[in-house]
Design a protein around this ligand. Sequence first.
Ligand code: RIB
Length: 349
Amino acid sequence: MKVTIKDIAKECGVSPAAVSLVLNNRDARISSETRKKILDTVKKYDYRPNRLAIGLLKNQTSTIGVIVPDIGNIFFAELCKGCEYEARKHNYTLMVTSADEFPADNLRYFNALIDQQVDGLIYVAPSNIDNQTIHSICSKITQLKIPFIAVDRALDFPFAKSIVNDNIHGGYIATKHLLELGHRRIGCLTGPLCNQTSSDRLKGYQKALEEFQVPYDASLVLEGDFTATSGYNSLAYMRGCDASAIFCFNDMMALGIYRAARDYKLKLPEALSVVGYDDIFISDLLDPPLTTVNQPAYKIGASAVLSLIALAQKDTSVDSVVFTPSLKVRSSTAAWDAARKESKQISCV
Ligand code: RIB
């Protein structure tokens, strides 16, 4: 039988209110002996307050909901770690749900967290989010007055604050790096192009090509899905297109290319330069360490929680944030020249 606050109070000969005051460190008027007796009894029965009951009483559950498309993607795992750090620091519990990039029912995950009475919601929209879903989310958070932050993928409804990175700049600096190394046949492995982070990175790719007066060749652009599998499957196609470098729109797909390069006995970066995006922690542990566009997932997650808590405290100064990504040059990219191409005809079976 679960011990309740009344059981604790009865055993200590005090009121439930006295137990609550001690548990919430608001026990100024309670003697140290009584305080010690209450804490010892709580420990004896391993009593844990009923969060849901408290939530109903206080209309607050001290819980923050987070929805990400794929917790298996290290970028989102690192983002959630940043959320967890700040949530814990402010005595909130995090409730994370991994929805998928293309969920069958977008609202299912959102409604599940609302039903749990979360005090605020951090939302990374899936790639297939549609206007009807956005409208439903918008009206529900307005009606329930729930603090809401869109992360990584902005949502175009009037008051939703968002924390994103400048994806056009990210795509531009990645591609410019390869152009400066002499690459002219640069494969571009995108994420889902219905996702604005991907379409913006592609704009950055095109902007750099234009700046270097390299014609845009659509045959060098392949749509991936942010998974390592799509990275693996892209290599044969890109080699068939005579690409000397590949810009991947996230590190997970770059991991897939590394695996395929090993299977095809292609030495990186001699045979092929690879650039990723996200700078997840294992990018630096790869052989060769991956050149990638850094977007601070942990910091983005932590900032999202701080903004959410400020919104909950009716702080009207909270605004959207756009992080400027930077290029982390490691050793998966190298200079390319036509002479070298002649000397190393590497077939890709
Ligand atoms: O790795 C997942 C990708 O989806 C990241 O680049 C992030 O920006 C998200 O949009």
